[in-house]
Design a binder for this molecule. Structure first.
Ligand code: AP5
Ligand code: MG
Ligand code: ZN
Length: 215
């Protein structure tokens, strides 16, 4: 049997990355994430795509969306080699949602709901492993040894866009561009709203049940 095709939606800091790792491990599917793919290619030359800036870096540091043509190509390529997947960070506007419809069907559409105030706390306190990308939080999800990744011993750093100014812009960009995407999927039979303000374990229990139900 092929793995489930899962879309995970939610604002910056909702826990998409944290929960996608659980989904990928438990259901043995690929974690496709435009944010990580772009961070790994921040300085790639995108000038031939008729963009305002020549690399993704400028968009990302400000918390603005990278142009659609760039992210559509990343997702299209990743999907061709994936059997089951969890898609995290895409689509972020209605144009991308329309593109995705031409690329694949979806078995489950998860939407993580978290208040804006909580999101700011989560993002400004987040630390990520520079080597393996594992997520931590200075208060909510501490590593065993400060500054060191539990998984691989790598150094924990703060993302360039996790400062207060970029965080606020990212949340505004979400409300303007991505909230309409969530509303667009709300009537779909595969849509499941998840209370993302619970503890990570409680959120995971709800997600696991939703995916099992859909299979
Ligand atoms: P991206 O990397 O996707 O960032 P994001 O959407 O802003 O989301 P985050 O990764 O910040 O949050 P998350 O939901 O994954 O939360 P996490 O699990 O880490 O995108 C970055 C940039 O790339 C964009 O701004 C844009 O420029 C560009 N980009 C990407 N995709 C694009 C697209 N499709 N189109 C155009 N541009 C695109 O959790 C956050 C923190 O909270 C962690 O510290 C974690 O430990 C903690 N936490 C998690 N769950 C809980 C919980 N239940 N309780 C308490 N704390 C928790
Ligand atoms: Mg993420
Ligand atoms: Zn690590």
């Amino acid at each position: 049997m092929s793995g489930p095709r899962v879309l995970i939606l939610g604002p910056p800091g909702a826990g998409k990355g944290t929960q996608s790792s659980n989904i990928a491990d438990e259901f043995d599917v690929e974690h496709i994430t435009t944010g990580d793919a772009l961070r790994a290619n921040k300085d790639m030359d995108i000038s031939d795509m008729d963009t305002e800036y020549d690399t993704p870096r400028e968009y990302m540091e400000a918390g603005d969306l990278v142009p659609d043509a760039v992210v559509n190509a990343i997702v299209e390529e990743a999907l061709t080699s994936a059997d089951g997947f969890v898609l995290d960070g895409y689509p972020r506007n209605l144009e991308q949602a329309e593109e995705l419809e031409g690329m694949t069907d979806l078995d489950v559409i998860l939407s993580l709901d978290v208040s804006r105030e909580e999101l700011v706390d989560r993002l400004t306190g987040r630390r990520v492993c520079d080597d393996c990308g594992a997520n931590y939080h200075v208060e909510f999800n501490q590593p065993e040894e400060e500054g060191v990744c539990d998984e691989c011993g790598g150094e924990l750093i703060q993302r360039d866009d996790d400062n207060e100014e970029s965080v606020n812009n990212r949340l505004d960009v979400f409300e303007e561009n991505t909230l309409p995407v969530i509303e667009h999927y709300e009537d779909d039979d595969a849509f499941v709203a998840i209370d993302g303000e619970q503890t990570p374990d409680e959120v995971w229990a709800d997600i696991e049940a939703a995916i099992e139900d859909a299979n």
